[in-house]
Design a protein around this ligand. Sequence first.
Ligand SMILES: *Cc1c(COP(=O)(O)O)cnc(C)c1O
Length: 381
Amino acid sequence: MSNDKIWLSSPHMGGNELKYIHDAFDENWIAPLGPNVSGFENDIKKYLGGKVEVAALSSGTAALHLALIMLGVSNGDEVICQSMTFAASANPIKYLGATPIFIDSESKTLNICPDQLEIAIEDRIKKGKKPKAIVAVHLYGMPYQVDRINRIADKYNIPVIEDAAEALGSTYKGANCGTFGELAILSFNGNKIITTSGGGALVNKTEKMKQKAVFLATQARDDAPHYQHSEIGYNYRLSNISAGIGRGQMEVLDERVRARREMFEFYVNLFRGVEGVSLFSEPSTDYFSNHWLSVLTIDSEVTGFSREDLRESLGALNIECRPLWKPMHMQPVFADSPFYGTGVAETMFDNGLCLPSGSNLSDSDRSRISNAIKSHLKKDQ
Ligand SMILES: *Cc1c(COP(=O)(O)O)cnc(C)c1O
């Protein structure tokens, strides 16, 4: 059996990506605009149910940056953000000179805790500043508690930016992730469920908002024959080449979701009956996760091994696993930011592990993973 590296999540082309890239070459649309860009935007719009307007951008991080700008976030403001997430959810808050206010996770979905969210909003208002926005994340593809978060956001009239970077193909009560926030962001980075090599999108509720996003993403050029600017702009548009990859990837998105969910079932079966190990799954039928990454938690007092023990065992066999995102309130760079919580995210970070979840893993990859895990379990029990 080969000993090639088994990645956590690697790009998986569908086949038609090159056709769209060839179209771009044939028509000389080698630019951050063109038929693939608008085609890709339409594909995503259709996938999300047809009622949103999508702006394709150079990254998910750029989309978050623009979302914050469009909601009027500026220097000195406060923005609420889920603590357990990738740093890209929080960094754009700092780009604008605003302060992230971090919120703990709840244990059902690993996402922003509604109770702590409300405590934080009340406290920030009491201290004199109402938060300008709430960044809520569907971590690893698992939808956050959409109804409860929206109810709180509505009660205090604070817009939600939905970070759906990991959740394209996930649904909550039958509706697509990416359609719940005032604005939502998607990512097509190389490790996401589909990729454009690098890219992202901002999902808008109206055509007017989309136009504003595109305006900001193309250097905020006023309508004039010369170059005229009355706002600061950005160079954040997706290239027509990358969008061609995206068009090919959209054709196979449903297959990719199916394959990721099958990987999750593979792990559920593999760990069935193993005391102290549980796979992180949907709390109810309201939730449908794309299972971008399969996550397990280890109770080391029961198992006798930690997540690091398991990670190192598999790593030695060239099988990549990763701890969960280290919460932002534990990161040196955000040491000065307030945090509201009770330790849920910290415990998950200590005990959780992400397993190889790619849609392109083969039967032989799966038997290597299975053998490695079984031999680890035997060694430790
Ligand atoms: C990947 C990711 C982003 C950023 O997307 P990029 O396209 O890499 O800039 C933001 N938030 C979360 C939760 C992510 O996983």
